[in-house]
Design a protein around this ligand. Structure first.
Ligand SMILES: *[C@@H]1O[C@H](CO)[C@@H](O)[C@H](O)[C@H]1NC(C)=O
Length: 126
């Protein structure tokens, strides 16, 4: 009986250790903010333009380019509009859940560029 409890405890610990990092920033809903920038040659090694729905991730989530070309679903709770954008770059000055969007992606959320920042902004990997 004691042996069973020890084995069960080890499995529970192992499952927790394995499961936790996989949930981090993957399918989780992030609440952050968005600003905009003018894309060019991005850290993913592609050239993108301001009229394409692309974005840059913070250094925290960038993770050596692990999310390059992945799609992100973004919702501006103020307008209720949801759009998709593709990860093409890294944002050096962004804190963890801050995403930097191309001007067209920013505007497609229903926010004028003159607003400068969309906060809060909900986003997750699509
Ligand atoms: C970004 O640029 C790459 C390389 O040209 C292209 O394959 C990709 O489709 C572009 N992304 C978007 C959303 O237009």
């Amino acid at each position: 009986m004691l042996r069973f409890q020890i084995i069960a405890a080890i499995f529970t610990l192992a499952a927790g250790v394995i499961a936790t990092p996989m949930l981090t920033h993957t399918k989780r809903q992030n609440v952050g903010e968005a600003t905009y920038y003018h894309p060019g040659e991005g850290a993913c090694g592609h050239y993108n333009t301001s009229d394409q729905p692309v974005l840059a991730l913070s250094v925290d989530i960038w993770n050596n380019g692990k999310h390059c070309l992945q799609w992100v679903e973004l919702t501006d709770p103020a307008t209720g509009i949801t759009q998709r954008g593709q990860v093409v770059d890294e944002c050096q000055g962004c804190d963890s859940t801050h995403v930097d969007l191309s001007p067209s992606l920013f505007e497609s959320l229903g926010a004028p560029l003159s607003l400068g920042v969309i906060k809060p902004l909900d986003w997750k990997f699509a």
